[in-house]
Design a protein around this ligand. Structure first.
Ligand code: ADP
Ligand code: TPW
Ligand code: MG
Length: 569
């Protein structure tokens, strides 16, 4: 009932934050509650936002980052002040490094006390600490500025090169009240948060000319190309030009890995021999040997075309002959339009040579995968997962570890875009359960997390989260008793070697502890059965796959990055 004497309706900081997020289509928040944001998590849930509550902020943050990558909406992670904020910060920095849009919203202590360093509860100058680790960082002090703060955070996360944004909300802000009508008017619905950026016509022509003149062209697809969600155009560009392509790990599935033009099975050959390489949303960082050195064959033997939204990425490692600056969707469609109807496919000696090498390598791999050694190894276990993903190409694969990562990346074929989430640009351990939760929550599809036993340990407690929300996640722990191998020995006796864990650990019991399904698998048959049941039932499952502890190599495929001691004993 209303009457003339009633005071105007009020709103407050809590509600304005929730209303601003909802107005911008945010439907999920990944969080760990506590002072000062406990009520925010409750009120957000009551307002219909899906609240996914974690056991540690790093995993909530990783979930937000993965959600951002999968949906092109910034994933939201919500934490308490100082320690909670710091726990979330690794995920924010990792999201920024990976170019995934996310917003870390942290409650913080009283400005007056923090700035005079008078020792407040969880005192920390969070804004200053976050700044160098993300794209942008903002603090809101007044309820009437919440709309602007959230709009700026969303735009910063999504526009240009996507990345992580920090939003600092001091405790006092939540309780501030204001007139509800004025509050409503203060909110901003962000229009066109990731505006298309059309490439300049002359840069498109330059790229086409270079590509046309190539004798041995190659296209490299990176996770920027997967993020861009212009899958049909990317496929059309590759098929119409007939150029062989290499997907970086998270671009696998943009075209099915079984595609005739995929050069993955002869990666070192094409990188060394290509004369013109077109990078599509992939940086020439360590993952591509910085575009130079032995991997890339004869020095100065290639010219690069690079499609990227970030102009300053150009020439970061080697000269880029044809920079194509714009969003990948616009750049690829401009290239397609410029191909015309008489585009000549690359010379047959280049493409046939690739096909021959590829078939030889694939036959070798098939022979290795067919072996069934007495103790399960990476190959015989991954062959099972390879078949499972072939049968369920809509399943999302999460992958981390060293050998477990490197072998899975090459053995498990992907068939659909954005179905593979992994350690990314940093090669970071700990993304596993956070990424798996996000993938299940935002897509509803089955998730298969292929986890080294060390890698799993970084986020293992989140199996409780997986059980609590009853998510269709099947975690497969590749249990080789340690980091890389389980065979190191301490030459002095006593403690175990630093890379070795408790032998024959029963990881499956962790899932059972929370009501999920836990299975010990010693053979490919046992693994196949458990995985099939998990995918069919959608029940939270952990399969403890026992892997030959001698089978791995130091650091997987990046042994060469280990510094070597000059002193011989
Ligand atoms: P990978 O590790 O798969 O090689 P990187 O993370 O190194 O991929 O590269 C991704 C690149 O994609 C980044 O340089 C980023 O600026 C770019 N990028 C991300 N989204 C877009 C987009 N929509 N349009 C253009 N470039 C993009
Ligand atoms: C945050 C260093 C790279 S790979 C790895 C570590 C600890 C684990 C490898 O063992 P795992 O795999 O998972 O059992 P496998 O199959 O070879 O036995 N801390 C962080 N990130 C990284 N990358 C490390 C440490 C590392
Ligand atoms: Mg291991």
């Amino acid at each position: 009932m209303t009457n003339d004497t009633q005071a105007p309706e009020q709103t407050d900081g809590f509600h304005l934050v929730i209303d601003a997020l909802k107005l911008n289509g945010i439907d999920t928040i990944f969080a760990v509650p506590g002072i000062p944001i406990t009520d925010l998590t409750r009120k957000a849930q009551a307002a219909g936002i899906r609240m996914i509550s974690f056991r540690h902020e790093q995993h909530a943050g990783n979930a937000a980052a993965a959600a951002g990558f999968l949906t092109q909406k910034p994933g939201i992670c919500l934490t308490v002040s100082a320690p909670g904020f710091l726990n979330g910060l690794t995920a924010l920095a990792n999201a920024t490094t990976n170019c995934f849009p996310m917003i870390l919203i942290s409650g913080s202590s009283e400005r007056e006390i923090v700035d005079l360093q008078q020792g407040d509860y969880e005192e920390m100058d969070q804004l200053a600490i976050a700044k160098p680790l993300c794209k942008a960082a903002y603090r809101v002090l007044h309820a009437e500025d919440i709309g602007v703060g959230i709009a700026r955070a969303i735009r910063s996360a999504l526009s240009g090169r996507p990345g992580g944004v920090y939003l600092d909300l001091p405790a006092k802000l939540f309780a501030q009240s204001m007139d509800a009508e004025a509050g409503k008017r203060s909110l901003i619905k962000v229009v066109d948060p990731a505006p298309r950026q059309l490439p300049a016509p002359d840069s498109v022509q330059r790229a086409l000319d270079l590509l046309k003149g190539a004798k041995r062209p190659l296209i490299v697809l990176g996770k920027g190309a997967a993020y861009a969600q212009c899958d049909a155009d990317i496929r059309a560009l590759i098929e119409k030009t007939g150029i062989p392509y290499l997907p970086m790990s998270m671009a696998k599935g943009l075209l099915p890995d079984t595609h005739a033009q995929s050069a993955s099975a002869t990666r070192s050959h094409v990188l060394a021999e290509a004369d013109v390489v077109m990078l599509v949303g992939a940086r020439l960082n360590w993952l591509l040997s910085h575009g130079k050195g032995k991997t890339w064959g004869t020095p100065a033997s290639k010219q690069f075309i690079q499609i990227d939204i970030s102009p300053t990425e150009m020439d970061s490692n080697v000269p880029i002959a044809a920079p194509l600056i714009g969003d990948i969707g616009s750049c690829v469609s401009a290239l397609l339009a410029g191909l015309g109807n008489s585009w000549a496919k690359p010379p047959a000696d280049w493409t046939q040579g690739i096909t021959e090498r590829k078939e030889k390598n694939q036959a070798k791999m098939a022979a290795t995968l067919a072996l069934n050694p007495a103790t399960m190894n990476f190959h015989s276990a991954l062959n099972v997962i390879r078949n499972a993903v072939k049968a369920r190409p809509d399943a999302i694969v999460v992958n981390e570890g060293a050998n477990t990562l490197d072998f899975a990346r090459s053995i498990v074929d992907m068939y659909e875009p954005r179905k593979r989430l992994d350690v990314g640009t940093w090669g970071i351990m700990g993304i596993g359960m956070g990424f798996a939760v996000a993938a299940a929550v935002v897509t509803g599809k089955p998730v298969i997390a292929i986890e080294g036993d060390s890698a799993f340990g970084f986020s293992g407690m989140e199996v409780e989260t997986i059980c609590r929300y009853n998510l269709p996640v099947c975690v497969i722990v590749f249990n080789n008793n340690g980091i890389y191998k389980g065979t190191d020995v301490n030459p002095l006796g006593g403690d175990l070697a630093p890379t070795v864990f408790v032998k024959n650990a029963r990881y499956e019991m962790m899932m059972q502890a929370f009501g999920g399904v836990g299975v010990l698998a010693n053979t490919p048959e046992e693994l196949a059965k458990a995985l099939d049941e998990a995918v069919k039932s959608g029940k939270p499952t952990l399969i403890n796959a026992i892997i030959d502890e001698t089978a791995g190599t130091e650091s997987g495929r990046i042994t060469s990055l280990n510094p070597q001691s000059a002193k011989k004993k």
